[in-house]
Write a protein that binds this ligand. Structure first.
Ligand code: NAP
Length: 472
């Protein structure tokens, strides 16, 4: 969030529409950028600074005074200073009494202090109305106008009127205020910009573990097995052949994992006979990262497509096909055209291509810019109906690829199942249970439960609805 913008001299043409005067303490990067934006939007800005005469980088049209004089000029004071320097504010208690103090500060680490910066500020100036806002917007975004990524401003505070005043400013600046509640939420709001891809952690972790496991499995049953039992070195297969087995297996397993939590949730709701009961935490976390799971799965599917496209130009493939043809010529033989084999290969390729197309559609519709323009029903249609269709097509692609290979015990190296069989476990479980859940009698009960029906008064009593926490 912190951006060095000390070399940028802002040009701030004021808007014709005039708003109240706002005081900003601190003439650093953030104070200057916010002040400039406010001037552009028609606010009068007065800066409170330790050295009012010193700053040459301030936006034109803004006044710079000492802290006390500046605070007297406005009912809202935005503190664009670091928490470590808040202590000097205690000397201004009289002048800050009853004013709206906006805390924009961030920390360097998650949960750096026992209390949030905003709560600390409220303790320092107990009679001021503290509101937390703007900490998720960067100084750079405010000045450069590239606000798309940080258009949302989380606002929280105990005084409703003060919060409204700050939210009005946020709206006037062209940003979107999101009321998060009381000042108790400030810690969460302060931790938010410090988080590093929280929703991606579980999917990346699953993908890494799966990739390593499947890679080692294929290495064992392919390269190591051949070397140990036949004495042949086929280690070159680790570059393309084995990864091209690993990617589809990981991709299909992860796609299955996208739909498995929904299935578990349905079973739980059926079992409990109510939707007003919380899911276990692990299931909640799993459901929340389904989009990221799906996108990682799509990335693996892309890799599978790329690796498959290069097959014809591989040295080994060209050598093997030449060898086969030359051998036939030498023996004066012609291999018979097998319609069944042609059907099988064409079918699995066709299913794979269709599956990939729907996979891509799913990925595209999960992007915020696309999902924002479809309504809830359309979104559910794509993510649920097309999602299951994708899972079905990709599972069909794998089943036809495997065909009857599973019948031949000679193919089971060291009694281990064939690698492609691993990828079918979760998708097949998901599809079979989904099929059962779709049968009219089960589906009717689930629909009723999701509309608020409860099986017995006992489940209603147990429901956490009364405690104010409702499960989706
Ligand atoms: P900065 O460039 O270091 O500016 C901080 C300002 O605080 C200084 O320019 C100074 O202004 C004032 N200050 C410094 N020491 C002080 C002291 N001992 N007593 C009183 N005032 C003092 O920092 P910044 O990047 O503008 O960040 C300011 C606040 O905004 C921080 O809490 C930061 O977490 C938050 N924030 C920043 C960004 C960002 O992108 N930069 C984004 C979101 C939130 P004077 O010299 O005028 O007194």
């Amino acid at each position: 969030m912190e951006t060095n913008m000390s070399n940028m001299i802002p040009l701030c043409a004021g808007s014709s529409e005039k708003h109240d005067t706002v005081c900003i303490f601190g003439t650093g990067d953030f104070g200057r950028s916010l002040g400039c934006k406010m001037l552009q939007c028609g606010y009068s800005v007065v800066f409170g600074s330790r050295n009012p005469g010193a700053s040459s980088l301030l936006p034109k049209g803004a006044e710079v005074l000492g802290h006390k004089e500046a605070a007297k000029r406005a009912s809202i004071v935005i503190l664009a200073i670091h928490r470590d320097h808040y202590e000097f504010l205690t000397e201004l208690t009289d002048v800050l009494d009853g004013k709206v103090l906006v805390d924009v500060s961030n920390n360097l680490k998650i949960n750096q202090y026992p209390e949030s910066n905003a709560q600390y500020l409220a303790q320092l100036i107990p009679r001021a109305k503290v509101v937390k806002a703007f900490n998720t917007v960067s100084a750079w975004a405010l000045q450069s106008g590239t606000l798309d990524a940080s258009r949302q401003v989380f606002v929280c505070g105990d005084d409703q009127k003060s919060k409204q005043m700050v939210m009005d400013i946020v709206r006037t600046l062209g940003l979107t205020p999101l009321d998060q509640g009381s000042l108790l939420v400030a810690k969460e709001v302060e931790n938010y910009p410090l988080q590093l891809f929280p929703m991606w952690r579980l999917p990346i972790y699953i993908a890494t573990c799966l990739t390593v496991f499947v890679f080692l499995y294929c290495l064992l049953t392919d390269v190591i097995y051949t070397y140990v039992l036949e004495g042949r070195d086929i280690s070159f297969r680790t570059a393309i052949s084995i990864p091209n087995k690993v990617f589809p297996i990981v991709s299909l397993t992860m796609l299955g994992l996208v739909y498995l939590p929904g299935i578990i949730a349905s079973i739980l709701q059926l079992y409990r006979g109510t939707k007003y009961s919380r899911f276990p935490n692990w299931l909640d976390q799993w459901m929340l990262c389904r989009k990221q799971l799906g996108l990682v799965a799509l990335a693996f599917a892309f890799l599978h497509v790329l690796y498959t496209l290069v097959i014809p130009i591989r040295y080994y493939v060209k050598w093997r096909s030449n060898y086969y043809v030359i051998n036939q010529i030498k023996k004066n033989e012609t291999s018979v055209f097998e319609t069944k084999a042609a059907w099988r290969t064409d079918s699995y390729i066709a299913l794979g291509m269709l599956g990939f197309l729907f996979y891509v559609i799913l990925g595209i519709t999960s992007l915020p810019s696309v999902s924002n323009v479809v309504n809830w029903r359309e979104f559910r249609f794509v993510q649920s109906k097309l999602g299951y269709l994708t899972l079905l097509l990709c599972t069909g692609h794998t089943l036809i690829f495997g065909w009857d290979k599973f019948l031949y015990t000679s193919r089971y190296r060291w009694y281990l199942p064939l690698p492609y069989m691993l990828s079918l476990v979760i998708p097949c479980i998901v599809l079979v249970i989904k099929f059962v859940l779709m049968t009219p009698c089960v589906d009717k009960t689930i629909t009723k439960i999701r509309q608020g029906w409860e099986r017995s008064p006992k489940s209603a009593e147990q429901s956490t609805y009364k405690n104010g926490s409702i499960a989706v």
